[in-house]
Design a protein around this ligand. Structure first.
Ligand SMILES: *[C@@H]1O[C@H](CO)[C@@H](O)[C@H](O)[C@H]1NC(C)=O
Ligand SMILES: *[C@@H]1O[C@H](CO)[C@@H](O)[C@H](O)[C@H]1NC(C)=O
Length: 624
């Protein structure tokens, strides 16, 4: 107890030291002008091509580029990984020519009947996700990037690959093995220990595949894996980092939002957002509430023992940086802003985020000095800019571009930094640099310029996978019709008018009437303050209405629309003795208990919902 008290005091001090004066400085700095945003966007585009062309010239068809020596290496399965991971970025940049030739090459040449043992998690998020997102773009006129010659080659490849991963799920708990051989199934001596992120970050890709192929098996096994993990949560609703897939015992009980767990949280919310499956939302709510209660030490996050909640790590780890972006999707903006500021102060200090930063000593954690071109902080920056339009996020993006250009640019691509203090370059470029890091930077500045891209102006709302892949909420994927017939049973007439406030959404003509499901998650999520309260009230969920915010869907009855401008988010209270009435995104909400004020954060304009953070299981850092 003594140590944990001390730790909290330190955390407080650290927050002041690190995040206190930073934004004061920034706010005095010159903001990014529109012209500068345009230049930055084009610079980021050039960054993409420097690395992509370098890969194609020197590494393709091997998996990844060695950007210092200008060679290639097979790092995952030997299937042109970087090209597969780059496909939807090519489409996003509007590069029809390279997108077309790349998709055609992959359709003709990729094959998975190879004697390779691969990570189920990495293969799913990078390869399966890359194939599926490219398929959904190449096969659809509405994206503007349809390829005439395309005949579902990538979808067929994705299905073939996923079937080769299925043997991994054959365990007593339903939680998959970490690795599987694509030819032979699970190796005889395969480890039975897997990470929470590894077992719980498969639902989006497998779910999309099920809905595209009409074979429910993929969705079933990955959901069972999530339920298998969740069933073994602690009494505090926390999950550990590593679990035995046979016994269900936790072999590593450190609960946190970073390494080994991160994208477990991410996919709970996103699976709900993309598929409308409420079970994921229940679990997300419970787990998010526990994370904010036990792990959040404003503005930092610690790791605690999942049973006792005793602090075990006083550490910022770079994978945690996806969290503010996830909070944007959940509508919990305030803590996201503070946490982003704290994390960015670490970036400012070194020019990059080290893998680990010790919050007790305010120094880089021993053995965690590297920056392997990770996207997480950039992704959160983009989503927070999207939600707030606060120019500070453009300034942050400009700093990040400068760091990458001056610190990591190498002859044939971009290099990892092995030591952020001395900016030492390493001869490696992870495929996620092109799938995520550059993508989110480009999206940030394109949004500032006045966006003209698939994500912001396209025919669907897109969810970003944890690898940054674009997964569209098409009617087939989001099962719009099904949701709406269900919703309809609970919603009063006026509720569904909400959907109209979203732009760039195409709905089926026959469904434009009262079935605006797309609008529902686009605009906001959990009103931050009331979220925890509202979730603690029993029996809350009574059904989900299209076009409503998450907060409005819980434990609250719906009143007819009052005359409010769609973008007017100012909360309006009626007499205190009455049930609390609040207007939020033009819907009036009355709490059942009359006690929970549901507020929407002013200026939080969550146009599109996206998300993500690769939860790359790593070796665990040393204890502090
Ligand atoms: C698969 O690879 C392993 C190890 O690389 C090797 O021992 C085995 O013989 C191979 N099996 C086949 C069928 O090629
Ligand atoms: C909308 O719903 C009303 C009443 O259910 C129906 O009369 C009308 O035809 C519908 N409009 C469309 C475009 O489906």
């Amino acid at each position: 107890m003594g140590t944990s008290k001390q730790s909290f005091g330190l955390l407080f001090l650290v927050s002041i030291l690190l995040s206190g004066n930073f934004f004061i400085c920034r706010s005095l700095a010159d903001g990014v002008t529109a012209e500068e945003a345009r230049q930055l966007r084009d610079e980021v585009r050039e960054m993409f091509y420097h690395a992509f062309d370098g890969y194609m010239e020197h590494a393709f068809p091997l998996d990844e580029l060695r950007p210092l020596s200008c060679e290639g290496e097979d790092s995952l399965g030997g299937y042109a990984l970087t090209l597969v991971d780059s496909l939807d970025t090519l489409a996003l940049l509007g590069d029809r020519e390279r997108f077309t030739t790349s998709v055609e090459w992959i359709g003709k040449n990729l094959q998975f009947d190879i004697n390779k043992t691969v990570s189920v998690f990495e293969t799913t998020i990078r390869v399966l996700g890359g194939l599926l997102s490219a398929h959904l773009i190449a096969s659809d006129y509405a994206t503007g990037m349809k390829i005439p010659s395309y005949d579902n080659q990538l979808l067929n490849l994705a299905e073939d690959l996923a079937r080769r991963l299925l043997p991994a799920f054959d365990t007593p708990t339903g939680i998959p093995f970490g690795s599987v051989n694509l030819l032979h199934g699970v190796d005889e001596h395969e480890s039975k220990i897997t990470s929470t992120a590894g077992g719980g970050t498969l639902t989006l890709e497998f779910g999309v595949l099920s809905r595209l192929t009409n074979d429910p098996i993929f969705e079933q096994v990955t959901k069972k894996a999530v339920l298998g993990i969740w069933a073994r949560r602690s009494k505090l609703n926390l999950v550990g980092a590593h679990i035995n897939v046979f016994t269900g015992e936790w072999t590593q009980k450190d609960a946190g939002i970073g390494t080994s767990i991160d994208s477990f949280y991410e996919y709970l919310l996103k699976a709900y957002l993309l598929f409308g499956d409420e079970e994921y939302l229940y679990i997300f709510q419970e787990s998010y509430q526990a994370a904010m209660h036990y792990l959040f030490n404003d503005p930092w996050y610690v790791e605690v023992n999942m049973d006792s909640a005793a602090i075990v790590w006083l550490l910022f780890n770079s994978l945690q940086a996806f969290w503010p972006g996830l909070q944007v999707l959940a509508g919990d903006i305030d803590p996201a802003v503070r946490t982003h500021a704290a994390f960015f102060s670490v970036w400012k200090r070194y020019g990059f985020t080290p893998e680990g930063f010790n919050l007790a000593t305010l120094t880089i954690q021993q053995g965690q000095k590297s920056y392997p071109l990770r996207p997480e902080l950039i992704e959160s920056t983009y989503l927070l800019y999207k939600a707030t339009r606060d120019p500070r996020y453009l300034d942050a993006g400009r700093d990040m571009v400068a760091s990458l250009q001056y610190g990591t640019r190498c002859p044939c691509g971009y290099c990892h930094i092995s030591d952020v203090e001395f900016h030492k370059k390493e001869d490696h470029m992870e495929s996620f640099f092109l799938a995520e890091t550059v993508k989110y930077l480009w999206l940030l500045f394109d949004l500032a310029v006045g966006p003209d891209n698939l994500v912001e102006n396209g025919p669907y709302k897109y969810i970003f996978s944890t690898e940054g892949h674009l997964l569209p909420a098409t009617p087939q994927i989001s099962l719009k019709r099904e949701h709406c017939s269900y919703f309809g049973a609970y919603c009063k007439d006026g509720d569904s008018k909400q959907g109209s406030e979203t732009s760039g959404v195409s709905a089926d003509p026959q469904e434009t009437n009262g079935s605006k499901f797309y609008g529902s998650w686009v605009h906001t999520g959990f009103p931050s303050d009331s979220f925890l309260e509202s979730t603690s009230v029993p029996g809350l969920i009574k059904g989900l209405c299209p076009g409503l915010t998450h907060g409005q869907k819980y434990g609250i009855t719906y009143l007819p629309l009052v005359d409010t401008a769609p973008e007017d988010v100012s909360p309006t209270q009626k007499e205190p003795s009455q049930p609390t009435v609040v207007q939020s995104h033009s819907v009036v909400v009355v709490s059942d208990q009359g006690a929970h004020l549901i507020q929407s954060k002013p200026n939080s304009d969550h146009k599109n919902a996206q998300e993500v953070s690769p939860g790359r299981p790593e070796s665990d850092p040393p204890k502090i």
